[in-house]
Design a protein around this ligand. Structure first.
Ligand code: 6PG
Length: 243
């Protein structure tokens, strides 16, 4: 990935330090966008890494976010019911959504047939961001799998080349858990976010993070999603290879 001035990398001793820095950045971004645009739109990441961030936003920093104008979306969802252990919505609900008065939460309906859920979420996103020339999300929070996937955009997936739809159904991944079909946002909508932040922690991410940040893996999904204003990689030492 080309490391231009709009790409930042920050390394923290551990996941808690990463989460606190991300939470502070998000508080600042949300205040700015609430002031400038009167709304804040954030796409939440699935997986485990962002959960300490969500806990901070619902706890210690709850009063610092303008929840009354904040809209929360999802970057992807596993095709399971919203109460299922593997549901990204269920995890976000426990850590954040049930504890803050977000103005709107736009859930991907994992319990429905994937194509129908994707079609309806695509319509939801286009209604939320109707201006074809304006950015979409103020912030896309993203994780990275050891195979280089992000959201549920997996290496080699046709969804990577989707040019029109903003949400598509994808089959169960061959090399990522859980092995269930997903609905994922696509590069056209993620790539029009003002800011894209990749939160990565753990030694299992070290190799893929090093390849992407060195520009040696441009084909990987996580190397292909950039924010229009800023792309930020927030890493713990284990993911950055600092012993
Ligand atoms: C998902 C996520 C996925 C996740 C990565 C990293 O639905 O699983 O959207 O892209 O961010 O797999 O997951 P961890 O944070 O659990 O390592």
């Amino acid at each position: 990935m080309r490391r231009d001035a709009a790409t930042e990398v920050e390394v923290f001793p551990d996941l808690q330090g990463l989460a606190l820095a991300a939470a502070r950045r998000l508080v600042a971004l949300a205040a700015e966008r609430a002031e400038e645009a009167g709304r804040v739109s954030i796409a939440l990441s699935g997986g485990r890494t962002p959960l300490p961030l969500y806990e901070l936003l619902a706890g210690a920093l709850r009063g610092r976010v303008p929840w009354d104008v904040t809209e929360l979306y999802f970057g992807d969802e596993r095709c399971v019911p919203p109460t299922h252990l593997d549901s990204n919505y269920a995890a976000a609900r426990r850590a954040l959504l049930s504890r803050v008065p977000a103005a709107k939460v736009f859930r991907i309906e994992g319990e429905r047939p994937p194509e129908a859920a994707a079609r309806d979420y695509d319509a939801t996103l286009h209604a939320a961001f109707p201006d074809p020339l304006a950015p979409t999300f103020d912030l896309a929070l993203l994780g990275v799998g050891a195979d280089g996937h992000t959201a549920s955009l997996f290496p080699g997936s046709p969804a990577l080349d989707e040019g029109a739809r903003w949400a598509v159904a994808v089959p169960s991944p061959a090399a990522a858990e859980p092995r269930v079909p997903r609905v994922t946002l696509t590069p056209p909508v993620l790539g029009r976010s003002r800011e894209a932040w990749f939160l990565c922690a753990g030694a299992d991410k070290r190799e893929v993070v090093a390849r992407i940040l060195a520009g040696r893996a441009p084909e990987l999904p996580a190397a292909r999603v950039r924010g229009t204003l800023r792309t930020v990689w927030l890493l713990d030492r284990a993911a950055r290879g600092d012993s």
